[in-house]
Design a binder for this molecule. Structure first.
Ligand code: NAD
Length: 490
């Protein structure tokens, strides 16, 4: 891997502490960082280098999946780290930063390969990109790259504006938009599962698949993120980015070769083929909800409207379910059901693929029915693939009966890298396969925009659902119209 400088905006923030430093440390343990590596952490406050390194060490002890041993000397890892104060709105600070980076590049004999990581509030993204350009930070003879956190825009227009500003300093192939779902083991595994297995590939189409269900349910409420979440809602926080990315990864067709460019091209074809919703059709295909008071884990919890920091009478969505159609010849007539919500009965991110069942009545003479085959890909908290098929069991009073049998493939989670490790490693290597391309982001916003407008114009009811439930009844009806139901815990 090429020697480089890792410039981290937001080095004193929560994400840096919980995810970025632990990811760098685990990459270091696995020998996956460049031999010559300089990290420049940036934040508004003045902090001495020693103190900064102490904070990084503290975050490793608290958050790293492999924690340093008591008394372990972390100097070999931490000696790469320097701190530099910078206020994002002060142009002078960027020029000083350039001096600090160049000094380290000279000290370490580094080429001027620079990776800028924006782990700051989204309102700063534009200004930083512009300043990287104007201060000369981005004028390198080596390469430059930009990693940018979510959210990428608040709607279609702001996403386009942000992208235009980023493009003033970076080419598309230099921009790495993080969608951490794309770093998750099972989401990355989808590509192999579907494309590298001829048996699965053969049935991955409308001939055999009845419907696809993608769920991301959380048991937590809005927690400390009230100010952000009350403006974003489930539609922006989860649906426009993570769920649509998982949909693209699930539905993409086989390219001639697996390359970053081909995978992104196949994903783009899927999001391009999503049948648009309009103000007239949004009511039929989208359900909005907000959690009311209820019970979780045997304890009462308050409703969204009574959470600290939530605007009184807020009509923000904490639940969204949608029925989507992909106007692609291979997916004609196959509904994709997506849903996400907070304060739901279970924490679960999963894809359930329900296969068509032409054998349902094969045993009618024996008064039995077969169940549809299901392929369940659990993304979180388990990382597991299950296949449900029909088997014969003689457990029922000596009589043979057909019942669903489950075949499981568990991933050993104890050895798995975290999403941030994979994604940072890929960005260091210049591999953008599992980052969101601008086309995907723009098309996802384009699809979601009429839904946002319908929400704002109050065209959709906001269904209350009890905390600890599976969401509003209306989301069940969305599936019943097609004769389907959510597979909860088969
Ligand atoms: P944070 O508020 O904890 O940290 C913000 C950082 O920005 C701090 O280092 C602070 O010093 C710096 N900062 C604030 N104002 C500044 C200024 N004027 N000039 C220079 N630096 C300034 O935020 P966070 O939770 O770490 O989130 C960072 C980014 O990551 C955001 O875009 C957020 O949406 C995204 N993100 C965070 C999480 C998470 O779990 N924390 C998850 C996903 C995405």
């Amino acid at each position: 891997m090429e020697a480089m400088t890792f410039v981290l905006f937001g080095a004193t923030g929560d994400l840096a502490k919980r995810k970025i430093y632990p990811a760098l440390y685990n990459l270091y343990l696995d020998g996956k960082l460049p031999e010559a590596f300089s990290v420049i952490g940036l934040g508004r406050r003045e902090i001495a280098d020693e103190k900064f390194r102490g904070n990084v060490e503290q975050s490793l002890r608290q958050f790293s999946r492999r924690s340093p041993a008591e008394g372990e000397d972390l100097t070999p890892f931490l000696s790469s780290f320097r701190y530099h104060p910078l206020d994002v709105s002060h142009p002078d600070d960027y020029r000083k930063l350039l001096g600090a980076i160049e000094t380290r590049e000279r000290e370490l004999g580094l080429p001027d390969n620079r990776l800028f990581y924006l782990s700051v509030a989204p309102e700063f993204f534009d200004a930083i990109a512009v300043q990287i350009q104007e201060s000369g930070l981005g004028s390198t003879r080596g390469w430059k790259r930009l990693i940018i956190e979510k959210p990428f825009g608040h709607d279609l227009q702001t996403a386009r504006e942000l992208n235009d500003n980023l493009n003033r300093a970076f080419e598309e192939d230099e921009i790495y938009r993080i969608d951490h779902y794309l770093g998750k083991t099972m989401v990355q595994n989808l590509e192999t599962l579907v494309l590298a297995n001829p048996v699965i590939q053969a049935v991955w189409n409308k001939e055999h698949i009845s419907n696809v269900q993608i769920t991301a349910s959380e048991t937590v409420g809005v927690e400390e993120r009230a100010a952000y979440y009350d403006q974003a809602g489930a539609i922006r926080d989860m649906f426009q980015n993570h769920l649509l990315q998982v949909l693209m990864m699930t539905a993409m067709r086989r390219p001639s070769q697996i390359t970053a460019g081909n995978i992104r091209e196949e994903k783009r074809k899927i999001i391009e083929a999503l049948r648009p919703v309009s103000k007239n059709t949004v009511q039929e295909n989208i359900v909005r909800g907000q959690y009311a008071a209820g019970e979780l884990g045997g304890k009462p919890v308050v409703g969204y409207a009574n959470e600290p920091g939530i605007f009184p009478g807020s009509n923000n969505d904490t639940f969204v379910a949608a029925r989507l159609w992909i106007d692609h010849p291979d997916w004609a007539g196959v509904p994709f059901y997506l849903r996400t919500g907070k304060r739901m009965a279970a924490k679960s991110t999963r894809i359930v693929v329900e296969f068509k069942n032409p054998t349902e009545d094969l045993y009618a003479a024996k008064n039995e029915k077969t169940a549809p085959n299901l392929l369940i890909i659990e993304i979180n908290p388990n990382e597991k693939i299950s296949f449900l098929f029909n088997g014969k069991s003689s457990r029922t009073e000596g009589e043979s009966r057909i019942e669903p049998v489950e075949m499981n493939f568990w991933v050993d989670q104890s050895v798995l890298p975290e999403a941030y490790e994979r994604l940072i490693f890929d960005a260091l290597n210049g591999d953008a396969t599992f980052f969101a391309h601008w086309h995907e982001v723009e098309l996802a916003w384009q699809w979601v925009q009429p839904v946002l407008e319908a929400f704002e114009a109050d065209l959709l009811p906001l269904h209350p659902y009890a905390a600890g439930s599976n969401g509003p009844d209306a989301s069940d009806k969305l599936l019943q119209e097609q004769g389907h139901e959510w597979w909860l815990d088969p």
